[in-house]
Design a protein around this ligand. Structure first.
Ligand SMILES: NC(=O)c1ccc[n+]([C@@H]2O[C@H](COP(=O)([O-])OP(=O)(O)OC[C@H]3O[C@@H](n4cnc5c(N)ncnc54)[C@H](O)[C@@H]3O)[C@@H](O)[C@H]2O)c1
Length: 334
C-alpha cells in the first residue's frame, strides 16, 4: 500500500508533537514542510528530513503531491490555509483552537462540506486511550450523568500572543481542551460528543492581565450535566476530569502521563450499596491500544473513508460553548 503523503505547515513548538506522531504512524510519509521563519525551516528540515521544504506553503501544495496536511500555525493564521487546503481537495488536520472564533470555524466547516478532503480538529483529549476506555465504561453503564473538568495554568506567554491578536482569550484558545472534553465525556455513542443546551458561567478576570477565571455549569442534550473550572493565575498547570454514571465514578488525572481511578458501588443487603475501588487496569487494547492518538484515527478515517470523531462541524459546537463560557452566558444556548 502506498503511504499517505503528509505536509506540515507551521513548524514551531507544538508541530514537534505532530512530527512525532507522523513518524510513529507507518501508513504516513513526511513529504514536505512549510515554515515562514527561515531558521525554523532549516532546523526542522535537518531534524525531520522531509522530501521538500518551503517558506511559502503554496509551493508545498504545488510541488509535494500531498494527500494530507497538518496545520500547526497559531490560530490567527489558520483559517485561510485550511480553506485553501480544502479547496484543493486535500485532507487536513487542524490544530486547536480551530480559528479565532466560532465564525471562523464555521467558515472552515463550510469549505469542508464542499471538499472531497476530510478535516479533523486536533482536540487531542478525545483520543487519549485512558479517556476512551473511561468513556467505554460509562457507556456500558448507561452513559455519564455528571462530569467535571479542571484546566488551570499559572501565567504563561499566552498573554503576549493574546495582546498581539494572534490568539483568542485563554479559555477559547487553550482551556477549550477541557470544554471539549466535557462534551466528549457527556456524549452518547462511540463517535458523538454531547451538544450543549444551556450554560451558566461566572467570569472573573482579576486585576492581572490574562489571569482569567471561569466557573461554568453546562447542561447537555444527553441529559448529563458538566462543570468547568479554569483559572490562568494558579500555582501550577493542572488538568483533571471526573465522570459519573449510576453507581460508577471515574477520576482522570491528565496533567502529565494519564492516570485514572475507578469506583463501583455494589448492592448490599436492604438496598444499601458498598463502594469499591476497582483495581483492574483500564482496558486500553479495547480502544486501540496505548499508542492510539488522533493521527492514527485520522489515517484510519482517510483510508477507510469514515468520518472523524472531531470534525470542523462538530468543533463549531465546542467553540460556541467556549465563547459562551467566556462571555459569562446564563441560560439557553441558541
Ligand atoms: N494540542 C495541544 O496540546 C497544543 C499545545 C500547544 C500548542 N497548540 C496549538 O498549536 C498551534 C501552534 O502553537 P505553537 O506553540 O507551536 O506556536 P509557534 O509560534 O511555536 O509555531 C507556529 C509556527 O507557525 C509558523 N507560521 C505562521 N504562519 C505561517 C505560514 N503562513 N506558513 C508557514 N508557517 C507559518 C510560525 O512562523 C511558527 O513557527 C496553536 O494553535 C496552539 O494553540 C496545541
Amino acid at each position: 500500500m502506498d503511504k499517505l503523503r503528509v505536509g506540515v505547515i507551521g513548524c514551531g513548538g507544538h508541530a514537534q508533537i505532530h512530527f512525532g506522531m507522523i513518524a510513529a504512524e507507518p501508513r504516513l510519509h513526511l513529504a514536505g514542510i512549510a515554515e515562514i521563519d527561515p531558521k525554523r525551516l532549516a532546523d526542522n528540515t535537518a531534524k525531520h528530513r522531509p522530501e521538500h521544504s518551503f517558506t511559502d506553503y503554496r509551493q508545498l501544495f504545488d510541488q509535494a503531491r500531498l494527500d494530507l496536511v497538518h496545520i500547526t500555525t497559531l490560530p490567527a493564521h489558520l483559517t485561510a490555509i485550511v480553506v485553501e487546503c480544502l479547496k484543493r481537495g486535500l485532507h487536513v488536520s487542524v490544530e486547536k483552537p480551530p480559528g479565532m472564533s466560532a465564525a471562523e470555524t464555521a467558515q472552515m466547516a463550510q469549505a469542508a462540506s464542499q471538499s472531497k478532503g476530510k478535516a479533523l480538529v486536533s482536540f487531542n483529549r478525545r483520543y487519549i486511550p485512558q479517556v476512551l476506555a473511561v468513556r467505554r465504561l460509562l457507556k456500558e453503564r448507561g452513559g455519564a450523568i455528571q462530569c467535571s473538568a479542571t484546566y488551570h495554568k499559572n501565567q504563561s506567554i499566552l498573554d503576549q500572543w493574546l495582546n498581539a491578536g494572534l490568539l483568542p482569550d485563554p479559555v477559547i484558545c487553550d482551556a477549550i481542551h477541557h470544554v471539549d472534553l466535557l462534551r466528549w465525556l457527556a456524549g452518547s455513542g462511540q463517535d458523538r460528543a454531547a451538544i450543549p443546551v444551556s450554560v451558566y458561567s461566572e467570569v472573573e478576570d482579576g486585576s492581572r492581565p490574562a489571569a482569567h477565571r471561569h466557573q461554568a455549569v453546562v447542561r447537555f442534550d444527553s441529559g448529563a450535566v458538566g462543570s468547568l473550572m479554569s483559572h490562568y493565575g494558579v500555582g501550577f498547570r493542572i488538568q483533571r476530569a471526573e465522570a459519573h454514571a449510576e453507581d460508577f465514578s471515574a477520576y482522570l488525572e491528565l496533567t502529565a502521563e494519564p492516570q485514572c481511578e475507578l469506583y463501583q458501588a455494589l448492592s448490599g443487603e436492604g438496598g444499601t450499596t458498598r463502594g469499591t475501588k476497582l483495581e483492574e487496569p483500564l482496558d486500553l487494547e479495547a480502544v486501540g491500544g496505548p499508542g492510539f492518538n488522533e493521527v492514527r484515527h485520522f489515517t484510519d478515517c482517510i483510508l477507510g473513508d469514515h468520518t472523524p470523531w472531531s470534525t470542523l462541524d462538530d468543533a463549531v459546537q465546542t467553540m460556541k460553548l467556549a465563547e459562551a463560557i467566556r462571555r459569562g452566558h446564563k441560560g439557553l444556548l441558541a
